[in-house]
Design a protein around this ligand. Sequence first.
Ligand code: DAH
Length: 341
Amino acid sequence: MIEKIQTLLQRVEAFAPQTAAEIEEFRIKVLGKKGELTALMEEFKSVAPELKRELGQKLNHLKSAALERINTLKGELEEKQMAQSSEVGDMSRPGSAEGLGSRHPISLVKNQIVEIFSRLGYTVAEGPEIEDDWHVFSALNFPPEHPARDMQDTFFIEKQPDILLRTHTSSIQVRTMEHQKPPIRVICPGRVFRNEAISYRAHCIFHQVEGLYIDKGVSFADMKQSLLYFAKELFGESATIRMRPSYFPFTEPSAEVDVSCNLCGGKGCNVCKGTGWLEIMGCGMVDPNVLTANGIDPKEYSGFAFGMGVERIAMLKYGVKDLRLYFENDVRFLHQFDSAL
Ligand code: DAH
């Protein structure tokens, strides 16, 4: 019986059919109800018990080898036929078009902001989204009772020590000053979190770009000129800016920057609410307390900082009226930015 198994195995291995019919015929002959393997299985029942183990293993091996051989041969034959059929084989047919993805408008605008400042010599710095009180507030001269620390605005993860989601990218200023000595010129894009009700103009997650420039003799005029250049690059050559006095704990003096409304050219429309101006960012001269807290001598160095919301800039640039659209991932909205690459 061993011999019979052996020869059948050899025949299985050597089997080289040309057609599917030949394979089927072979399958019936070997594995079918009246097939050779089935007959061997029958014969096995009356084998002496001491031979059962060895023969059983051999028979099992033969069976799986036969099944595998038949399946492989079938697959090979199908592949050959596919390749031969004109539908697949005609190499001159045009390929099927791949649907290209597009960048998210927030990424587009963020990249553009970063690119404009990199032309002025700024390099990109990043920081963690989960932060501590020091980097988000204390090192930035926030008094302990400042309302921005309030539970209303900040998502706290742990209390004492305070671990929280950063509420602004100004925390990256602190991280940069920790390991870099002036001159410092960084642009810091990132995601920020605030415990705010979601509406057409606010979201609890949004994006900011922060800028920081520290060197000897940096003046308010340097800041104004840099931000004017930025506004013209982003909104067009005819854009102008104005600065209004403001307050931030980490800058002194501080200002709010408005850009001339690019929709009405400054005449007044419903987007700029008739004023002709659109608020785009906050800025100011880095407060000496911030420099001192971060190991930089304010008598030797000065600097300016600025921060803007990417969603807001993107809304103004593309005339988007509802900020929530940026988070819904509706392809009908996103596809409108395909060509804005
Ligand atoms: N961190 C401020 C905010 O989240 C934005 C800002 C204002 C950043 C003025 C600055 C700045 O660096 O100088 O509202």
